[in-house]
Unconditional design. Structure first.
Lengths: 440, 440
């Protein structure tokens, strides 16, 4: 068996055996398969794809390449959610406390922002003192005591994924369903979960631009999770326009707290509850999703989810008083309004352009080593559907560094599409996919 | 412009600009584009292909990456031929002297054998003393004085091709038409040719197994040559069974001398004359291919081609007496007959199996550093169409090292397909492709 033969067989459309996939991935980690062979292999996979069996093996091999989180001391069903990433996506900060307040154990492994999409860890770290870097034993203790933890990926988990992802990132092989599935599921399986809810975003601000590609990814994720014995549900959710009214780290934390306090934008509230309900259902705490949704609404309404969030902030070393007093969070020194050039209705807000505007203000990263400014970002004053007169504010930009402000204001203005008719209101929730072979 | 963006655009089917192709190839040579990026790019090209304009640019950039041969002192039209490689393919040893005897200047750049296909340089070097490694000025002198030279590729020519080929060889991206075209034509253009004849082999012993793939390669070769201002003609020739009656270095030289002396197997004689005639025609020495064929036959019949070959051997330092006395060439110490297990007709001889048998005897190389034995190989006693009785010899194996002899004899036996009916005789010459846009 040689790397050459395996690349050739994949290139020519043959199904690879488990041994061949293992040879390729483990050989790459050991240095026996050269990086130029792995990158050619990954490009061949991009074009040819992988069967369900190949994707399952790839995930298993990537999982087996590293350490797993030992959460055996945690009682109860451990369920996480994973989002494919979007703009203004602060849902994890609402979902985790809602699910935990309803009795789910939530050991959430999150990431950082890159490009136009934000990252949950960056948002959380805008709370003074809050840490996201914990050893395995500490994660178990946090989940046990608080019901939830939101932490970064340990470098010992799935090193094959980290090495392969770094190569994919510079060889244009990121957008490949079986490789995405292996990457996501190998890391989630390493956390020893009992179930997983996947939030697959669709639209301008999402990784998957079309419903068709998003659905294909969602199907592959739940089919592979099923083969690996991990009950999973995928929700396709709309990411044409930014989620909620804020984009930027501290601004998004404030909005999440608003939702946990019973207010906040309806789309953030409803999408968070729908996902949390699926976690509650998969944890076996309610027999049907509808009952789980009622329970999720109840823990939001009675303040218990907010209470969990406060305890979580404190447990991870953050300033818990900031939860009740958001003025303790970082604020930008300056704001500037972006106004409507004409009367009409907001018919669309381009999530990608808004994400890039926020990135330009310093809220995100172009490369993994860039510093970020937790205070900057923007508030959407006139969401999709709002009626505006000429000169009315569409958005408020929060800024510190004057370098990028003019370009960001232009981008924000250009992101708003105005029309004469009020657009039909639509739900963020497009579709729910469950595996047919397994009753969740 | 970044390598990432260029890989992405190629992957997604966009046509690359000249600047982008130049950035990729020159960046790779300079070390700015990593080998893992180049290999992913090459795999994307394998799947997406290249337009004629892209292939032209690739060839130009590869040509421009290195030195060119200065043959300006050579008077007359300089024409070379290139074969995509086969089994028993000693045609160059006949074609070059025939074309040179007819007045064509033939600065032939040849290669060495690898795998089941032989190489012209290895065959020539079985002539005691003959050298194929000459500096540019010496090549010009040889062509000027003798009318022909057959030499190896200078390492200064097209280093981009050498680097890219080494990567393709270990990443399963060899079999890709635009990359093959760039590789062949960049090296031929570096020799300062006035025209080129391409012998694209088809069948079991060839690089291109089917007529369709061979035709696609031939069309791309002549179309790109045309765009680059190099008049070219491609012949598709049959490589299902080995060419002629011998496979192995010295054995093939003897057969080539037989043809130059007016004898030899009809298929070697006819294919060589057809290709030499195209060179004579492209050189402008005859107005139509049919007249060029008559001229080629004349210089073969009157002995002048054999005379050129003798002078060529002497000029390149070889034992010219061996041309009239083949007993001066290396001979294997032992022979073994492979006999027919049944009466009937030889309906096919698998060129790939014969090539592998010859390789196993030591006549070829598995890796570029393997030594070869010039004396070993095999003679086909019963060619396709021959009637045999049980026990009649099919082939004679010439061997020195006992290690591989049993396996080689088995392979040779298995390569012969016997049937009850005599197969229809067929010509080696399948098709001639000329560029439509240019009268050659």
């Amino acid at each position: 068996m040689t790397a050459y033969e395996i690349i050739l067989r994949k290139r020519d459309g043959d199904e690879l055996s488990s041994d061949e996939i293992r040879f390729m991935v483990e050989g790459f980690l050991a240095g026996d398969v050269a990086d130029y062979q792995m990158s050619a292999f990954l490009m061949a996979v991009f074009f040819v794809g992988m069967t369900d069996a190949e994707t399952e093996t790839l995930t298993r091999v990537m999982l087996g390449s590293g350490a797993t989180l030992d959460l055996s001391r945690v009682e109860g069903a451990k369920v996480d959610k994973h989002s494919t990433g979007g703009v203004g996506d602060k849902l994890s900060l609402v979902i985790a406390p809602v699910a935990a307040a309803a009795g789910v154990r939530v050991p959430m492994i999150s990431g950082r922002g890159l490009g136009h999409t934000g990252g949950t860890l960056d948002k959380l770290e805008s709370i003074p003192g809050l840490k996201t870097d914990f050893a395995s034993g500490d994660v178990a203790r946090l989940v046990d005591e608080v019901g939830m933890a939101i932490v970064g990926q340990s470098p010992e988990v799935a090193p094959a994924d980290r090495r392969m992802y770094a190569l994919r990132d510079v060889t244009a092989t990121i957008e490949c369903v079986p490789l995405i599935v292996g990457s996501i599921l190998s890391k989630k399986l390493a956390a020893g979960l009992d179930a997983l809810v996947l939030d697959v975003k669709v639209g301008r601000g999402a990784f998957m631009g079309t419903l068709e590609t998003a659905r294909r990814l969602a199907q592959a994720l739940i089919a592979t999770a099923d083969r690996l014995g991990l009950p999973a549900v995928a929700l396709l959710t709309d990411m044409e326009s930014p989620l909620g009214r804020t984009v930027g780290n501290a601004l998004e934390v404030v909005e999440a707290i608003d939702v946990l306090s019973g207010g906040g934008p309806p789309d953030v509230r409803e999408t968070s509850l729908a996902i949390a309900a699926r976690m509650i259902h998969l944890a076996g705490l309610e027999p049907v999703p509808a009952a789980a949704l009622v329970r999720a609404e109840a823990v939001l309404t009675d303040g218990s989810a907010l209470g969990v969030f406060e305890r979580f902030v404190a447990a991870q070393g953050g300033d818990a008083a900031a939860v009740r007093d958001p003025s303790r969070l970082p604020r930008a020194a300056n704001t500037r309004e972006v106004v409507s050039p004409r009367p009409g209705h907001v018919v669309a807000i381009d999530a990608l352009e808004i994400g890039l505007a926020s990135l330009g203000l310093g809220a995100g990263r172009t490369t993994v080593d860039d510093p970020i400014d937790p205070a900057v970002g923007l508030e959407i004053v006139a969401p999709v559907g709002a009626a505006v007169s000429a000169g009315d504010p569409l958005a408020v930009v929060h800024w510190n560094d004057p370098t990028g402000i003019a370009a960001a204001v232009d981008r924000v203005g250009a992101a708003f599409a105005l029309g004469d008719e009020r657009p039909e209101p639509r739900s963020r929730l497009i579709e729910v996919l469950e595996c047919e072979h397994r009753a969740p």
